[in-house]
Design a protein around this ligand. Structure first.
Ligand SMILES: O=C(OCc1ccccc1)c1cn[nH]c1
Length: 244
C-alpha cells in the first residue's frame, strides 16, 4: 500500500517510522510518503491560511496550495488515483469496519487540516477524480489532523497481511466482529498483590472458559457501551429470524 500524507507539520508524522508501521514500511508492505504543504506556497511567508468568507473566528486553509499538492501527488491525467481521507470533527465515524475497508485500498492519501479546516472546494475538486472521505476519529476537536492520521494509519496498517505477527490476535479483539467489547485478560502470576486470576481461567475447561469470556464481554459492553449492546442484540435477533 502507498500512503501519502500532506501536512504543515511533517515532523509530527515521524512516529510512522517506528513500531509496526515503521517495520511495515521497511519491509516494503507500506510505501509512506510525507509532504510539507508549504512546498506549494510561493510567498515570502509561505502562507497556507486566510480569513474565512462570511466572517467568524479563526483561519481557513487556502485551496491553492492543496490543489497543487494533489496535482503533484496524483496528477489528474493518471488513471490511478488515491482514496483521499480528510480527518475532521465533521467527518463520518472512523470504525474498525472502515479500517478494514481502507486496508484493502492500494493507495491512500491523507490531508491534514489545521486552523478551522480546509477550504471546502478542495474536497470538491479532489472528488472530481478520486474518492474523498471526511472522517472523524471521535467527538472532540484537535488542533490538526496529524494525530488523527497517526491513529488511522496504525489501525489500518496492523490489518495488512504480514504486518501483525499473529493474525489470530486480530480475531478476538474488541470491535473485531461480534460487536462486543473484549473480555478482561490475565497472565502470570496467578496471585498478585492480593488479586487473584479468576479460577475458571486456570481450570483448563475450555468450554467453561469460552462461556465465562462471553459473559464478561456482555457484562462489560452493557456497563461501558450500552449503544453497542443494543446493536448486538439487534444483530442476534436478525440471526435468529434468519435461522427460523
Ligand atoms: O480535530 C480533528 O481533526 C483536525 C481538524 C480538522 C479540521 C478542522 C479542525 C480540526 C478531529 C477530531 N476528530 N476527528 C478528527
Amino acid at each position: 500500500m502507498r500512503l501519502d500524507v500532506v501536512t504543515i507539520f511533517p515532523e509530527y508524522l515521524a512516529a510512522l517510522d517506528v513500531s509496526l508501521v515503521g517495520k511495515a514500511a521497511k519491509s516494503g508492505l507500506l510505501d509512506v510518503r510525507l509532504h510539507d504543504l508549504r512546498q506549494w506556497t510561493y510567498d515570502r511567508h509561505r502562507t497556507v491560511d486566510d480569513t474565512p468568507y462570511g466572517g467568524g473566528a479563526g483561519m481557513v486553509m487556502k485551496p491553492e496550495p492543496w490543489g497543487e499538492a494533489l496535482d503533484t501527488i496524483a496528477p489528474a491525467d493518471d488513471s490511478a488515483q488515491p482514496r483521499l481521507i480528510v480527518p475532521t470533527p465533521a467527518g463520518r465515524p472512523f470504525t474498525q469496519e472502515l479500517a478494514y475497508e481502507l486496508a484493502a485500498e492500494p493507495w491512500l492519501a491523507f490531508a491534514c487540516g489545521r486552523y478551522e479546516g480546509i477550504d471546502a472546494r478542495v474536497a470538491a475538486y479532489a472528488g472530481e477524480r478520486m474518492r474523498v472521505d471526511e472522517v472523524s476519529i471521535g467527538d472532540y476537536v484537535l488542533n490538526g489532523g496529524e494525530v488523527a492520521v497517526l491513529v488511522m494509519v496504525e489501525a489500518i496498517a496492523r490489518l495488512l497481511p504480514g504486518v501483525i505477527g499473529n493474525p489470530e490476535s486480530l480475531a478476538e479483539e474488541s470491535h473485531s466482529g461480534d460487536g462486543l467489547l473484549e473480555y478482561p485478560v490475565y497472565t502470570k502470576p496467578p496471585s498478585w498483590r492480593g488479586h487473584d486470576v479468576p479460577e475458571i481461567l486456570l481450570s483448563g475447561n475450555h468450554g467453561a472458559i469460552a462461556s465465562w469470556r462471553h459473559d464478561e464481554s456482555v457484562r462489560r459492553t452493557a456497563e461501558r457501551r450500552p449503544d453497542l449492546l443494543a446493536a448486538w442484540g439487534d444483530t442476534l435477533a436478525q440471526q435468529d429470524d434468519a435461522a427460523a
